[in-house]
Write a protein that binds this ligand. Sequence first.
Ligand code: ASP
Length: 332
Amino acid sequence: MTTRRDFIKTSAFASAALLVSNSDANSLVKEVMLKKDSVKPIVLSTWNFGLKANEAAWQVLSNNGNALDAVEAGVKIPEGDPTERSVGYGGRPDRDGRVTLDACIMDENANIGSVACLEFIKHPISVARAVMEKTPHVMLVGDGALQFALSQGFMKENLLVEDSEKEWKEWLKTSNYKPIVNIENHDTIGMIAMDAAGNLSGACTTSGMAYKMHGRVGDSPIIGAGLYVDNEIGAATATGHGEEVIRIAGCHLVVELMRQGNSPDQACRIAVDRVVKLTANRKKNLKDIQVGFIALNKNGEYGSYCVQSGFNYAVHDNTGNRLINAEFHLKV
Ligand code: ASP
């Protein structure tokens, strides 16, 4: 039943809409509907260690913090955890026994910062942010990245933990480079978030593929490959075999597919289809490849897709924090 109060409210809304043009009225209605269904803030991150990382990001987001601070705080959790053996401190080394880290960060204004093949620094994501905020450049690598980090007060530390060293020595006996798909169910952490103000940011950080050649850089520190954010459209991040993600400029592709009207799920699926097609064209075995994307659009809708089973991601919004199994292409 419409009460007198409702009627006055509705009439006031209707007259306001009459005063403006039809298209303005439509966007007004859309805005009201969007507010009603608002899912802000929200944060997504790759793999099961994303659950803990999301908690840290949520601390920032739920206190009206911005998405950039949230994603940095979030990914620092696995970076600093020596038991997480694929990111930051404790990460597996390259074939020379050196732990080399890749990371990048991107905010709502397309500010970007990145480091690649960085050694001895526990939180490469914060160095990437410093590259973004304190240099005229967007990417620093190797010794240059290390020198910059030290100049900014970051501490030089040994990142090779005992377990990783032991495994590497074992690996040296065969020295067979064959990346394991879904290693221990966590690889790179990629995190994308929308804050209460509706702004998007993302961060991505990894120790890369274990036993890679020294100097190898994956997709994770490459803006457009391992991470992309467009504040008008949405954000995406990737995990898995970096060479395959770079080959299709993965995350930029996912965001552009969302711009064309695809849902986050569809966009991730189309990008994975492209990986699948190129793998076949190149006569490589898809079973040896994993690539997973997660994506978030400006309406707070999210989704994912990957090459083969086993990839999952964590989502935290106002309803809580949960792990979701991504749909996958390879059904056999
Ligand atoms: N994408 C990362 C890389 O290629 C590794 C991963 O996510 O598993 O370095």
